[in-house]
Design a protein. Structure first.
Length: 195
């Protein structure tokens, strides 16, 4: 074996050893959950009752973040939820839905109660202090921001997806804004089948 071949073999061994040091720990590391949604927050439901992150336990859920003064995305999503519940019929009896306000300044429990009641008695409105809303939004990776309008009026930009949670309160996927009805209902049936 000449010196050039020996050098090549040694460098090859060094590269393989380095790759092993980087790759093996990654392969041996247990799979990690997304952690999406995990956190501690204290909210108020539409009836004025205090609730926390445990409200999502024991049943599959659909979770949406919005606000009652929303001109388009929120009422559209609420109408879609109503159609999902209607199409699921009795198959969806265990499914709960939650509308978390990202505008606690205007969305009191009473306002939320009026807003969600026209959709379904299986949708619960949730609000809280700005600090607690920030906590749940951070836990779910929600974007929201106040957008000033004329005078003192404002609107809110926000994430428009519906989050799906299994009975353990763990993230199980999303339904995109405006997603096809058949696809959305199929995702909900899949979620219900895991319960």
């Amino acid at each position: 074996m000449n010196i050039k071949t020996l050098r090549f073999a040694l460098w090859g061994a060094v590269v393989l050893a380095a790759l092993a040091l980087v790759t093996v720990p990654v392969l041996l590391r247990p799979a990690q959950q997304t952690g999406l949604g995990h956190g501690h927050y204290s909210l108020i439901d539409q009836n004025g009752k205090s609730v926390d992150q445990n409200i999502f336990l024991g049943h599959p859920s659909a979770l949406f973040f919005g606000y009652t003064h929303c001109p388009d995305v929120c009422p559209t999503t609420m109408a879609e939820m109503a159609s999902w519940f209607a199409e699921l019929g009795d198959d969806g009896k265990d499914l709960r839905a939650y509308f978390v306000s990202i505008d606690p300044q205007r969305d009191t429990p009473a306002v939320l109660g009026d807003y969600v009641s026209w959709v379904s008695d299986r949708i619960t409105g949730l609000t809280g202090t700005p600090e607690e809303i920030a906590k749940i939004a951070k836990a779910w990776g929600i974007y929201y921001a106040k957008v000033p309008l004329a005078g003192e009026d404002y609107s809110m930009d926000h994430t428009a997806s519906v989050f799906l949670l299994d009975a353990k309160g763990d993230f199980d996927g999303t339904i995109a804004y405006g997603e096809d009805q058949a696809t959305a209902v199929a995702k909900l049936r899949n979620l219900l089948g895991k319960s």
